[in-house]
Design a protein around this ligand. Structure first.
Ligand code: BG6
Length: 486
């Protein structure tokens, strides 16, 4: 529920890096929709900061394109919202620019009891640390007359050492309670539904463990290629771009123990704990427990090195060394330029220990629970049923629930509102980030340095390298959209 502010409370959202794609495609539409639905404090202002030369009018106009595409509201409604947006040309690391921003925000707040601020770092990651230091030095993180919260986009570091260093900088100017490290997957309706599904029902939790589960698959497959982000992507690759953040967060939600309460810390304690239980490989073990691929034509893209060895597809096998999951492999798979966009978690249950139906066809199909994160958000449970007829035969059938499409809002909306309300549940804590890098770093290094890791080529628009099927096989197979098409 939106927590309405008092009449004399004032919120300012300052977006650093406001001329970029994220502001246009995600932040402006999300803030506009929140405003339109009355979720924001009555007195709210938005300040875009970037180096480009623009005035308020041209900045507002440039933002309207994203809002129009998202089909959120009429131009009249937008114009009312847009009158609250201003633009300041400057740099997030420059003391003089910050002083101008600070004065502008403070000057507009003289009529308010509080001057609450969110600083959103929609910046190139190398600017996070210098920006935080500069904000601290300018006194702009001081919370004497209102909260100061900082939203930091991913990637948070490029490995364990850089993430630790960034966390040190963060903690030198901010308390952890002021920090909102965003992972937009946590804002997705279906990802939050994982918590409800697991902890608001009684029938799943008793079988959610090594006694019943054969393995877990977490797939985030994309049909888009690097979409003009070749330079960033060539440094990141699928491990840093997707696995370290989105896929490991999904794993944490699937595998964690029930939190003691629904508070942010209780939830984050459990996520951190299960990530700590994930086995840390050496580089050879990481290479043996993974398959990597690169789509054909990737090296011709702008910003990509001619002989790039960056993986655009990866499948990795993790083990969670705790009482609940010992011996149950977790397969994480993600890639670009694949045949379709599917994000899904599949819980593959074990077959029955003994079947009495063997004279009537092949073995029974083990139960399967598929949580469709996107598209067609919902839950599918496959179970055996009697094949109608005079004989005793079995066949799998699926029960499905799908969220009505109109209830699915963009995840940035939920996350921005949570940051405004100070709820950190869906943001990653420093320890979660660091342990995620501990898990991923050996894969990054193994893919570069171990002779056991080969880079497989795959065609654009395919299911990725065949080696990924062999990696899972011969008995197990990936559950993805092919079955829906059949
Ligand atoms: C981003 C990655 O974090 O997530 C992108 O940087 C990726 O490369 C995107 O395309 C996927 O998000 P979604 O919500 O479209 O599945």
């Amino acid at each position: 529920m939106a927590n309405k502010a008092q009449d004399n409370e004032r919120l300012t959202v300052v977006i650093f890096g406001a001329s970029g794609d994220l502001t246009h495609r995600k932040l402006a539409p999300a803030l506009f929709h929140l405003y339109k639905t009355g979720a924001l404090p009555q007195i709210c202002h938005f300040v875009g900061v970037a180096r480009s030369e623009m005035d308020d009018a041209s900045f507002r106009e440039s933002l309207y394109t994203g809002v129009e595409e998202a089909e959120i509201g009429k131009y009249g409604e937008w114009a009312e919202f847009a009158s609250r947006i201003s633009y300041i040309q400057g740099s997030s690391t420059d003391a003089e620019s910050l002083q101008r921003i600070d004065s502008a925000v403070s000057a507009a707040s003289t009529d308010s009891a509080r001057d609450d601020r969110i600083y959103y770092l929609a910046l190139a990651p190398h600017l996070y640390a210098p920006t935080l230091t500069a904000l601290g030095a300018a006194g702009m993180l001081d919370q004497a007359n209102g909260f100061r919260r900082v939203v930091i986009e991913k990637p948070f570091g490029t490995d364990l050492a850089s993430a630790q260093k960034l966390n040190e900088t963060v903690h030198s100017v901010l308390q952890e309670s002021q920090v909102f490290r965003i992972d937009h997957y946590l804002g997705k309706e279906t990802v939050q539904n994982l918590l409800v599904f697991r902890f608001a029902n009684t029938i799943f939790e008793p079988v959610w463990n090594r006694n019943y589960v054969d393995h877990v698959q977490i797939s985030v497959l994309e049909s888009v290629d690097t979409a003009g982000r070749g330079e960033y992507y060539d440094e990141a690759g699928v491990l840093r771009d997707m696995m370290q953040s989105h896929l490991l967060q999904l794993l944490a939600l699937v595998a964690m123990e029930p939190p003691a309460t629904s508070t942010a810390n209780a939830l984050r304690n459990e996520k951190a704990k299960v990530l700590q239980s994930v086995r840390k490989y050496n580089i050879d073990q990481a290479a043996e427990n993974s398959v990597r691929g690169q789509y054909q034509g990737y090296r011709d893209e702008e910003g990509v090195a001619e002989s790039s060895g960056t993986a655009t597809f990866g499948a990795i096998r993790l083990q969670v060394d705790n009482w609940r999951w010992q011996g149950v492999p977790f397969y994480l798979r993600s890639g670009k330029a694949l045949q379709s966009k599917v994000s899904e978690i599949a819980i593959q249950f074990r077959p029955p220990p003994h079947t009495i139906f063997e004279t009537h066809g092949p073995d029974v199909t083990p139960n399967l629970l598929r949580i469709a994160i996107q598209p067609h958000e919902g839950v599918h449970l496959t179970f055996e049923n009697k094949k109608p007829g005079t004989r005793m035969g079995t066949a799998p059938e699926t029960l499905e629930y799908h969220f009505p499409p109109q209830v699915i809002r963009d995840s940035y909306e939920r996350l921005l509102l949570d940051a405004i309300e100070g709820d950190q549940s869906l943001f990653t804590r420093s320890d979660e980030i660091e342990v995620s890098w501990e898990i991923i770093d050996p894969f990054v290094n193994g893919w570069h340095n171990s002779l056991k890791s080969q880079l497989y080529a795959y065609g654009k628009g395919t299911r990725g390298p065949k080696a990924a099927d062999e990696f899972l096989g011969p008995v197990r197979k990936w559950h993805d959209d092919r079955e829906d098409e059949g």
